[in-house]
Write a protein that binds this ligand. Structure first.
Ligand code: UD1
Ligand code: UDP
Length: 353
């Protein structure tokens, strides 16, 4: 693992390894390293320390992935594990899968088969490559399994398990209610505010798209007269500063810990995001979501009606917020029953025995 969403989505699998006292270890690439993008999640989710932390940090895609490949290969040669598990679509995931498969070590891909069919997104390239060098593919839904079969991946390698994000949400919501009170902390009233998160490279590094989104958020804030809280990812903070974008009247805060963020999402009236994990969580929590992208690899959220694609122009963003506010939140969560972590480990124990 190496980034915020990987820590969160791997936590149910780690918990299961601990429960069964399996012989495993965590390798952290150091792709995310700021306290509020990394350490806070280990502490809050009560995860064991990583045995290896490569400290790779930020850099261009090639630089970052290359450093990871070299570091991961060294560890794998020494440890010779039976299998390497990776989760999602980040550069960490690509590097780990590639290092393992070239050493003849098996790879299990958690959250396999997601596709948005937009190759301009680095995540799409990572997903495709990792799926095609994996031995075990844990697809969250039937739809994602079908994507794999369509690309010629043999049926017997693909397992529909649900998404471990459901496990994480169900467990941590309850803990959040006991331990944090983010509404109090930020001075918000239940159901009387919107939440935004934007960090994807396709949006943030493209000035036209980021300006469109910024204008969209400002308009939404004004038009719906709802407080708009935005925990700003470090990639976006840097770009907003460079472009001199202030996001007038939007409440900008530092990235939040998981318990606070979950609670913030759950009690919000609506979420605006380009995050994969946040689209899923909003759907699970029954909160309408407007996605500030042109495509999504989470089409299940569109199918059940919890999510709508707005792109990046302010008119469409305002329009989609209006539309999603008319939705009733009775949709069915398509990402499983919260036992994905257990199921993945069960499949692996059966297959590897
Ligand atoms: C990465 C993933 C993206 C995922 C996201 C989760 C890739 C290609 N992208 O994007 O798919 O959705 O993580 O959040 O793997 N930075 C810090 N502190 C940190 C980490 C990053 O300040 O702890 C800043 C640095 O300026 C860095 C920038 O954020 O250059 C981008 O970080 P990087 O890890 O390259 O990509 P993310 O945008 O985080
Ligand atoms: N998240 C968090 N604090 C925040 C924003 C997001 O804990 O301030 C969590 C969120 O609940 C979700 C995950 O981070 O589980 C999503 O990660 P991110 O948006 O960084 O990446 P993506 O899912 O797009 O890859």
């Amino acid at each position: 693992m190496g980034t915020r969403p990987e820590i969160i989505k791997m936590s149910p699998i780690i918990r299961e390894c601990e429960r069964l006292r399996l012989d495993y270890f965590i390798l952290h690439t150091g792709q995310h390293y700021s306290y509020n993008m990394n350490r806070v999640f280990f502490d809050q989710l009560e995860l064991p320390e990583a045995k290896y932390d490569l400290g790779v940090g930020s850099g261009s895609h090639a630089e970052q992935t290359g450093k990871m490949l070299v570091g991961i290969e060294k560890v794998l040669r020494e440890e010779t594990p039976d299998i390497v598990l990776v989760e999602g679509d980040t550069n960490t995931v690509l590097a780990a899968a590639l290092a393992a498969v070239k050493l003849g070590i098996m790879v299990g891909h958690v959250e396999a088969g997601l596709r948005c069919y937009d190759r301009k997104m680095p995540e799409e390239i990572n997903r495709i490559l990792v799926d095609h060098c994996s031995d075990y593919l844990f697809a969250p839904t039937e739809k994602s399994k079908q994507n794999l079969l369509n690309e010629g991946i043999p049926q017997e390698r693909a397992f529909v398990t649900g998404n471990t994000i459901v496990d994480a949400v169900l467990r941590n919501l309850e803990i959040a209610d006991r331990r944090v009170n983010v509404l109090n902390k930020l001075g918000l009233d239940d159901g009387e505010y919107f939440v935004a998160t934007i960090h994807r490279q396709e949006n943030v590094d493209d000035e036209r798209r980021l300006r469109g989104i910024a204008k969209g958020l400002e308009r939404v804030r004004r038009e719906f007269k709802m407080e708009l809280v935005y925990p700003v990812h470090p990639r976006t903070r840097k770009r907003l500063r460079t472009l001199g974008l202030n996001l007038n009247d939007v409440t900008l805060v530092q990235p939040l810990d998981y318990l606070s963020f979950l609670q913030l999402e759950k009690h919000s009236k609506l979420v605006l995001t380009d995050s994969g994990g946040v689209q899923e969580e909003a759907c699970i929590l029954g909160v309408p979501c407007v996605t500030l992208r042109d495509s999504t690899e989470r089409p299940e959220t569109l199918d059940v009606g919890s999510n709508s694609l707005a792109g990046i122009t302010y008119k469409r963003i305002v329009q989609k917020v209006k539309l999603m506010l008319t939705k009733r939140s009775g949709w069915k969560n398509p990402f499983g029953d919260g036992k994905a972590g257990r199921m993945i480990i069960r499949v692996l124990r059966r297959e590897l025995d």
